[in-house]
Ligand binder design. Structure first.
Ligand code: TRP
Length: 357
């Protein structure tokens, strides 16, 4: 990393390395990292392999997924000169911070987490890592004193947990009660992070209209081959969602095809290639209506657009994957850089809680 990151607001986000990404992961989270990269923030993107371990219990697979995800990030256009891509397990201080947070957090509080409640509702046998997931995520965010945390809507609660935890730590260990905000700010170790949520991509639908998810097997992999893209698009369930109310702007439009196609609205590369129906939601709707209710030409257009979008990413990925050692070196170097950057705060935390005698 050569860029100057001093005095910039810190942006931190994380993604689990639990499998190959699909276009839902891309539009829901990964793309935001690319859109937000620039000189405004000190951006740090963490491959959260400690978190991945809550569900992946095969060392070879986990390490492969982690390396793959680093390659994916580079392939989609994250610029290592603008963004620090690192892996969570290179920052063992996170374990220490998680433990400290555990000791100021109650069980009933963690039981309120949606992710935990969902797992419980599914009657899964829940490991302690799943239960404690929010505290590790709080540590992830707070160890950087990150202020901006780009996440999907489903992660908002976790960022709030991080905020609460920061407040709690500050209150308990930084003794700011009765002080003015300004005085307190000087004493408080942790800044309160803010979730950054891109509202126009709330949920990316899968080929069956439900939320795109590997667990529903309704996903389109981000680096798919052309033939697979075509096959998946042709299998989109088309008979649901179309409204019969003529006043509804979506009347007669196969919603499942349209809602995936919508992701490409405003894509300047595709528009420049003549796909002017992607200029706005309205032009896309008109295009859909122009086929008079026939699905085939719409699916053909969607498949062609997906292929046009994915092919360059896939080609780029193949190129980067030729030199995995370079990717490993990048991760190792960035891990060391991040460790160095968080060192000071961790030392302060150790002092505050009484680990220094
Ligand atoms: N919990 C997040 C998810 O499942 C991943 C994550 C872990 C994360 N640590 C983070 C996201 C820190 C933002 C910041 O998507």
């Amino acid at each position: 990393m050569t860029h100057d990151t001093s005095n910039k607001k810190i942006l931190l986000s994380g993604i689990k390395s639990t499998g190959r990404p699909h276009i839902g992961n891309y539009f829901g989270a990964m793309k935001q990292y690319v859109d937000l990269q620039g000189n405004e923030y000190d951006s740090r993107i963490c491959i959260v392999d400690f978190h991945s371990l809550t569900s992946i219990h095969d060392g070879e697979i986990l390490s492969q997924y982690t390396l793959d995800l680093a390659i994916d990030f580079l392939a989609i256009g994250l610029d290592p000169k603008l963004v620090t891509i690192f892996k969570q397990s290179d920052v063992p201080e996170l374990m220490e911070l998680t433990w400290i947070f555990n000791c100021i957090t109650t069980m009933p509080y963690l039981m309120r987490a949606h992710a935990f409640k969902d797992a419980e509702a599914k009657n899964k046998e829940i490991n302690v890592g799943v239960f404690d997931y929010p505290m590790l995520m709080a540590a992830d965010i707070l160890i950087h004193n990150a202020e901006i945390v780009p996440v999907g809507k489903d992660q908002k609660q976790h960022v709030e947990f991080a905020r609460d935890t920061a407040e709690k730590f500050n209150r308990i260990f930084c003794k700011t009660e009765g002080l003015s905000d300004e005085e307190a700010e000087k004493l408080n170790l942790f800044k309160l992070p803010e979730a950054y949520i891109v509202s126009d991509v709330e949920t990316v639908p899968g080929i069956d209209g439900q939320k795109m998810s590997k667990s529903y097997n309704n996903h389109i992999p981000l680096f798919s081959e052309d033939a697979d893209i075509t096959r998946l698009v042709m299998s989109i369930v088309t008979d649901s969602g179309a409204s019969l109310d003529a006043n509804d702007p979506m009347a007669g439009i196969p919603a499942n095809v349209f809602n995936i196609h919508k992701l490409f609205i405003g894509n300047s590369d595709l528009i420049a290639a003549g796909k002017t129906y992607l200029e706005s939601e309205e032009t896309l709707r008109e295009f859909y209506k122009s086929t008079g209710g026939k699905y085939k030409p719409l699916k053909d257009a969607l498949a062609a657009d997906l292929i046009a979008f994915i092919t360059p990413l896939r080609v780029r990925r193949a190129e980067i994957a030729k030199d995995t050692d370079a990717v490993r070196t990048m991760l190792a170097q960035n891990g060391a850089i991040i460790r160095e950057k968080v060192h000071h705060l961790v030392a302060d935390v150790r002092r505050k809680v009484g680990f220094v005698v």
